[in-house]
Design a protein around this ligand. Structure first.
Ligand SMILES: Cc1cc2nc3c(=O)[nH]c(=O)nc-3n(C[C@H](O)[C@H](O)[C@H](O)COP(=O)(O)OP(=O)(O)OC[C@H]3O[C@@H](n4cnc5c(N)ncnc54)[C@H](O)[C@@H]3O)c2cc1C
Length: 412
């Protein structure tokens, strides 16, 4: 019976353990925290968006970080396989908007329980509170791992230590150091799916405001780079929410590829309306509220927190009566409504990102088996690899697919 050692009991490690055991191996997981799957517990706001119901080509498209590397793994263990696995492990699932798959119970902790049941059934040994400090390689072959006070030997090792985001969950970038120490190339880490900080201090006035159905456009050095339509959130330091997180990878890249260039984000508060139609809409409101002050006339168009900000940015006296507003002032107002602009000072750090981009180079991993091309009998799975996806269940699916494949080939 082959001995397989798994470093890290998160999404990828747990699936790798199940897969390796199902393929006949004796499996041990070394997990540094006091419990398995700490990050899973906080996924999907505690509900765990465990995969997406789209087809495989869409899974690949939703992994902007080396999606094509995952093609084979997604085929070997697809989103449908994940759903079937969880259903058979006693965790019924449901599909929500955008194909997002959640446990019917809406409880991420039930995902951990489902894994725990499978591990027990397959007789997997789980050793908690065991941070691995070193991988042991002899004659070009991985033969074990060392913690502070013990050495574990095995026929194959799977590194599933996750990324460097939310280090409180245990994923604090250890895997990069472990892999680099034995000759792997680490692609520089960047935050992906991360909030953005802006220079405009008055953004604090908008803190807590969430906007639906808006468009955000990233502009670098005067050129449009990317845009997204959907929901965003104002925070005390800048911007967050689904469309900001999706755009953040591009922003992080711009800061690296075009240092010193100004990066701005333009929010169109009324993207469904052309400038002309929005103008007509504004004129209708102005006729309706002709005897009111401007500050009291925009509540049908904008959330109350935005009204003083938009008026201020349009350089109009908020106390002015609507019937006194000039055409030029109206035009400035329209411009702000469709081009509310912020200068991005930086992304939040990688520790605040939902996902870490960068990591063990995919060029040094066999995409079919997840085995290292540098060290024999060494496998990688999950976020420790240079892969990253959008929100929607894609990152966990990537962890499950690569975990399954690594487990299978480590065992066989
Ligand atoms: C707030 C938040 C919400 C998210 N929501 C979703 C979502 O709804 N859907 C989705 O698809 N993705 C989501 N993600 C992303 C997803 O959680 C990760 O991509 C996924 O967990 C990566 O799996 P992994 O197994 O590679 O790493 P992890 O799940 O991070 O697991 C790594 C494990 O390795 C352990 N470890 C680390 N170093 C060592 C060491 N030296 N020795 C022993 N053990 C070690 C860690 O303690 C940890 O248990 C979210 C992420 C965050 C931060």
């Amino acid at each position: 019976m082959k001995q397989v050692l798994i470093i890290g009991g998160g999404a990828a490690g747990l699936m790798a353990a199940v897969s390796a055991a199902q393929h006949g191996a004796k499996v041990t997981i070394l997990e540094k925290m006091k419990g398995i799957g700490r990050k899973i517990l906080i996924t999907g706001k505690g509900r765990c968006n465990l995969t997406n119901s789209c087809d495989i080509s869409e899974l690949v498209k939703n992994m902007p970080g080396n999606g094509s590397f995952l093609y084979s793994a997604f085929h070997a263990f697809s989103n449908l396989d994940s759903i079937e696995f969880f259903n058979q492990a006693g965790l019924p699932t449901k599909v929500e908007r955008g194909g997002r798959v959640f446990p019917v119970s809406d409880q991420a902790k039930d995902v951990i329980k489902a894994f725990a049941r499978q591990l027990a059934k397959l007789d997997v040994a789980v050793k908690l509170g065991q941070p691995v400090k070193k991988l042991i390689v002899e004659n070009g072959r991985a033969v074990g791992a060392a913690t502070m006070d013990a050495e574990y030997r095995a026929d194959a090792i799977i590194v599933t230590t996750g990324g460097a985001s939310y280090p409180g969950t245990g994923s604090s970038g250890d895997g990069y150091r472990l892999a680099e120490a034995i000759g792997h190339t680490i692609i520089p880490l960047k935050p992906s799916l991360v909030p953005l900080e802006v220079e405009e201090e008055w953004i604090t006035e908008l803190q807590g405001l969430s906007l639906k159905n808006v468009t955000a456009t990233i502009i670098c050095d005067g050129k449009k780079v990317a845009d997204e339509f959907g929901e965003l959130l104002f925070t005390h330091y800048g911007l967050s929410g689904p469309i900001i997180l999706s755009l953040s990878k591009k922003v992080a890249e711009l800061f690296v590829t075009t240092p010193g260039k100004e990066v701005t984000i333009e929010i169109n508060l009324k993207p469904a309306l052309s400038m002309e139609i929005l103008d007509k809409r504004l004129q209708r409101d102005f006729t309706k509220f002709a005897k009111k002050q401007l500050k009291n006339s925009l509540h049908e168009l904008l959330p109350s927190k935005l009204i003083p900000v938009v008026i201020d940015l349009s350089f109009i006296d908020a106390d002015k009566f609507v019937h006194q507003i000039t055409k030029e002032e109206r035009s400035r107002l329209l411009n702000v409504l469709q081009h509310l602009t912020f200068t991005i000072s930086q992304t939040r750090p990688v520790t605040d990102a939902i996902v870490t981009a960068g990591g063990v180079s995919t060029k040094e991993i066999d995409a079919r088996t997840m085995e290292s091309k540098v060290v024999n009998a060494l496998f990688f799975a999950g976020e420790v690899i240079d892969i990253d996806g959008y929100t929607g269940g894609f990152n966990l699916q990537a962890a499950f697919s690569t975990g399954y494949v690594a487990g299978k080939y480590a065992a066989t």
